[in-house]
Design a protein around this ligand. Sequence first.
Ligand code: NAP
Ligand code: HSE
Length: 439
Amino acid sequence: MMPARDMEDVTVGLVGLGTVGTGVARLLTENADRIARRAGKRVRWKWVAVRDPKKVRDVALDGIRMTTDPAEIIRDPEVSILVETMGGIDQAAEVVLAALDAGKHVVTANKAMLAERGREIFDRARKAHRAVAFEASVGGGIPIIQAIGVSLAANQVQSLAAILNGTCNYILTKMTLEGLSYARALQQAQELGYAEADPTLDVDGTDTAHKLVVLAQLAFGANVVTRDIARRGIDRLDLADLTYAGELGYAVKLLAVARLSDDGLDLRVAPTLVRKGTPMAEVRGPYNAVRVVGDAVGDVFFQGRGAGMMATASAVVGDLIDVVTGRALITSRVLDPWGDADRPIARTPSNKLRRRYYLRFIIADRPGVIAALTQVLGAHGISIASVIQHDTDDAPDGSPVPLVIMTHMAVESEVEAALEEIDRLDVAHAPSVLLAVED
Ligand code: NAP
Ligand code: HSE
């Protein structure tokens, strides 16, 4: 093999030197020889664009040109690959589109941009004969884009269930296993570099929905945008529900689910009960996991660090090597990730969705109340699998108490209708809580 120092160069510009950009910069500097051997060319990091050039950086910048204007990098004819780690949607998309127009290949970690403007970006890349590589956009260091897009390409994917947000999984783990408050756990996730610049996107489920858009596009050719995905985050979860779920033998995870059936494609993001002891329930901290069921392969499960500097940088630099070797361009052309869907896929109507549910009510503690509730549930064909009501001997008659019900398989539209009815009963003291169960 040719010594790395004698190899031809390929010149790279980096837009963004935050958590991910710093990790990329470190790998390019510290693992330069290894990267050159794998890529067959030396990767010469020439430029970096940042917002604030005065900020102290956590990586050596000797010989690197710094700018606050990404267009300066795009204008440099020596640069053939632009690595976008700036985040955001429209500004990042404009940078990426301009880079493609200028004949650069692009590597990006930006799922928000892809979820909202992926079609336009991949159209432009196709016209420009350039690659857009995006492994780091979903699952951090887990090579899930390569797995679904290439390695499992022989399959019709039937379903995906995934933990796709490291921040939320970190928060849920810290709250349930270490008793940390939500606010403290979120602060730690931010300090560790897991959270988005605006962490609301993490905790309200939007970041997970962005990633589900990318996976649904790859796995099903489903032309969806973020607003098409029913989503709830962990920001309004009550600690009591984590505790009751634990008593029932379940962990609560922010789960992204995509399921194809004869009735259509169901896509959703929500805090979901997963049975303890299953691989999904045991995914902890900033780790992500993706369970894919394909018609040929059956069930495959991927797990790894889903957020953070070096795990994400590993995926970005892996993509960079793929671009340098030419593999990414071939994959991009053949895979055509945002190409037209083979056939339009209808969304599954809620009267065709069947799953088990966790329900929590705050009801008046007096005779006949549980009977009134179960009568409503029964009228909607909802059968009860188990119930938790703790002893409240000390409480005065009629005071509000929690009642938790785990259902058998039930139709979603019926469950929603039943809860609306129950919430109108005068014995209901607070809106009921509904969480899906993924067995
Ligand atoms: P970050 O820490 O906020 O870094 C953003 C970087 O971009 C900063 O260096 C910032 O400059 C620079 N920047 C922002 N706007 C710019 C502009 N208009 N012109 C030039 N530079 C600009 O974000 P991050 O966590 O690294 O995330 C970056 C991207 O990777 C996002 O799309 C994110 O969703 C994605 N991602 C993040 C992770 C993770 O674990 N953090 C994992 C996977 C994917 P200053 O430093 O001067 O402010
Ligand atoms: N904020 C994201 C997360 C970064 O916590 O998963 C990785 O995409």
